[in-house]
Design a protein around this ligand. Structure first.
Ligand code: FAD
Length: 224
């Protein structure tokens, strides 16, 4: 098994990412490779983080340690595969802003990497009269979040799009799509390796020691 350890000079090196990352001491022996940063977990979050740090800091030596024999074997490879547009998140929140920006970046990335996706769109339907006000608020929230192509449909317009669906009113989100997020995760891993990063599989980080002085709560105002 490879051995990985972290140099705790991460904090001064990564001011824009403070709060997202914690420094970890991870080692199974005193020998082996040494890294400036080891990301624990080869899911989409771990590999996207490693890839982004490698892009911003090309001189850093970075590894990802994954306990399974491949990446994306957990949630990232077993989710509903939806490319969300950002309708549901609280207006103005970081999640809403990142989702609206992120879906554009995700489609661009898939185009660049020739990862197949379908922009099949989504319908959110109020089937009872009492659900209509809630649907209207959801529509207003989506618009406030910057999901520009949302439309409110009456029952006839709804049937034009989905003949098998009956409802009072519906929100149509044409930009919602589906993709194999496991494939996107693996593509992030390939990018990361091309930039000189190392991915260790079958490497379960046995313990971690959280250093109190390196944890920061992410502020909504931080600019990404
Ligand atoms: C039912 C469901 C449906 C979803 N649908 C969608 C959707 O349609 N669209 C969408 O955008 N999001 C969806 N999500 C959310 C999305 O799947 C997750 O936000 C995302 O996959 C989380 O990625 P992750 O890297 O944090 O986790 P994971 O993919 O679970 O990765 C964590 C990795 O860490 C590894 N690991 C854990 N402990 C250790 C250790 N000690 N040492 C080494 N490795 C370790 C694990 O083996 C794993 O590979 C869904 C989630 C669920 C539960």
């Amino acid at each position: 098994m490879a051995s990985v350890s972290v140099w705790t000079r991460l904090k001064p090196a990564l001011p824009p990412l403070q709060g997202l990352l914690r420094t970890y001491s991870v080692s199974s022996s005193n020998e082996g490779n040494h890294y400036d940063l080891v990301v624990v977990g080869g899911g989409i979050v771990g590999l996207a983080t490693a890839r982004e740090v490698a892009t911003r800091y090309p001189n850093m030596k970075i590894a990802v340690a994954e306990k399974e024999n491949d990446v994306a074997l957990h949630q990232s490879g077993h989710n509903s595969g939806v490319l969300h547009t950002g309708i549901y998140y609280t207006s103005g929140s970081l999640k809403a802003r990142l989702c609206v920006r992120g879906i554009k970046m995700a489609y661009e990335y898939c185009d660049k990497k020739r990862i197949p996706y379908r922009k099949c769109g989504k319908l959110i339907v109020a089937v009872e009269n009492e659900e209509v006000p809630r649907l209207q608020s959801l529509y207003d929230r989506g618009r406030e979040n910057g999901v520009a192509d949302l439309r409110l449909l009456d029952s006839t317009q709804l049937r034009d799009i989905e003949p098998h669906c009956r409802g009072k009113v519906a929100i149509h989100s044409p930009s919602t799509g589906i993709v194999d997020w496991g494939r996107v995760t693996r593509a992030y891993g390939e990018d990361f390796k091309e930039m000189g990063g190392h991915v260790y599989t079958n490497f379960k980080c046995p313990y971690h020691q959280k250093l109190p002085q390196t944890t920061h709560k992410l502020k909504e105002s931080q600019n990404f």
